[in-house]
Design a binder for this molecule. Structure first.
Ligand code: 13P
Ligand code: SF4
Length: 345
């Protein structure tokens, strides 16, 4: 399971997660507007804050108090004065919020909202791996269960992975988990560091291949390109940039929030977007005069899409589903998460 170089063959599949069927949004515009008003009213009554990830359905994003990447939402969860947090995201994000805000009630509208990447590693795997590399510092992507986080020294997101690596003394080796592509990205950006990489993957980003992205670039040569580092194509792009085969101009490899910043702050009129397609809703809202094209229109996360607008409303009315983390696990995970939230501000 431990890699030094990118594999040629497929990476291991997630171990235990059912992929939910994606139900289309069937409500009319009027029904959606009414549900959104109801959610705002219920949130006020219950002293709740609604947090939504950039990959959520458009109507769920529009009903939220804050929309952002996993790091930004963790920060919101840590600092909100609200007594209830409705997390329109996936399970590990709600767990992280529960750890950061132990006095609050954290609700996940649908328990099927897991993460194929988080499912690629267990706490036993981490303990075994640490045993093989004594003295190494364990750095885990936030896309991990609370039990895995309890085994880590540092947590990170795609938004601050390099800040985290830079904060670790240069003579220390690093175990990076669970995303192979993000780990490969870190290794290429910090070639002087000893970084072992776990061979986990997200099924959505793995599916965005270099060939698909290259075909989109040929069709839209004038477009800037926004790539999430979890993507299968990111590894190849960074390699080709290193070889001088790809012009870095107009290419941005960054977290979901970094992609939104690049789309709004950059002068380019057109962007190819290589990540889950839900992010384009916010891009279009924030930069309405620009054009956004999905590198792969099939890149849709069924776990994120398990959350619906009625599901968010029901979570507030029915007080479901309450996400808790056992205190002993939470205490051990908290140090790694606090370091993540503090770094790379
Ligand atoms: P971000 O940390 O960039 O929001 O990504 C989270 C995620 O689940 C990527 O698939
Ligand atoms: Fe997990 Fe991938 Fe979905 Fe992100 S897009 S939540 S990494 S399965």
């Amino acid at each position: 399971m431990i890699l030094q170089n990118p594999p040629d063959g497929p990476l291991p599949l997630p171990r235990r997660l059912e992929l939910p069927v994606i139900e289309p949004t069937t409500e009319s515009a009027e029904q959606i507007a009414a549900l959104q008003r109801e959610i705002r009213r219920l949130a006020r009554e219950r002293d709740a804050v609604v947090l939504a990830h950039n990959y959520q359905r458009p109507e769920v994003q529009d009903a939220a108090d804050f929309v952002g990447d996993s790091l930004g939402l963790s920060r919101q969860a840590a600092q909100t004065p609200a007594s209830v947090i409705v997390f329109a995201g996936v399970h590990f994000m709600a767990e992280t919020a529960a750890i950061l805000s132990p006095g609050k009630r954290v609700l996940l509208p649908d328990l099927r909202a897991g993460c194929s990447l988080a499912a690629t590693i267990t706490p036993e795997d981490v303990r075994r791996w640490k045993g093989e590399f004594p003295g190494y510092i364990a750095v885990g992507y936030v896309n991990t269960t609370a039990e895995v986080k309890a085994e880590l020294d540092y947590c990170c997101t795609s938004g601050n992975v390099l800040d985290v690596i830079d904060a670790i003394p240069a003579d220390k080796g690093i175990l990076f988990l669970p995303d192979f592509f993000l780990g490969a990205h870190a290794r290429r950006m910090r070639p002087d560091r000893r970084i072992e990489v776990w061979m986990g993957e997200c099924h959505v980003h793995r599916g965005i291949r270099a060939e698909t992205l290259n075909a989109a670039r040929v069709r839209h040569p004038e477009a800037d390109v926004l790539v999430h580092p979890e993507c299968g194509c990111a590894g190849q792009l960074i390699y080709e940039m290193g070889q001088g085969d790809v012009e870095p101009e107009g290419l941005h490899i960054t977290s979901t929030e970094g992609m939104i910043r690049a789309a709004t702050e950059n002068a380019a009129p057109k962007f190819i977007v290589a990540t889950e397609t839900g992010i384009m809703h916010r891009m279009r809202q924030m930069a309405p005069t620009k054009q956004f094209i999905a590198a792969d229109p099939e890149a849709v996360c069924a776990y994120m899409k398990a959350i619906t607008i009625t599901g968010v409303r029901d979570s507030l009315t029915l007080d479901q589903h309450h996400i808790t983390v056992p205190p002993e696990i939470a205490a051990r995970a908290r140090g790694a998460i606090d370091r993540m939230v503090a770094l790379g501000r």
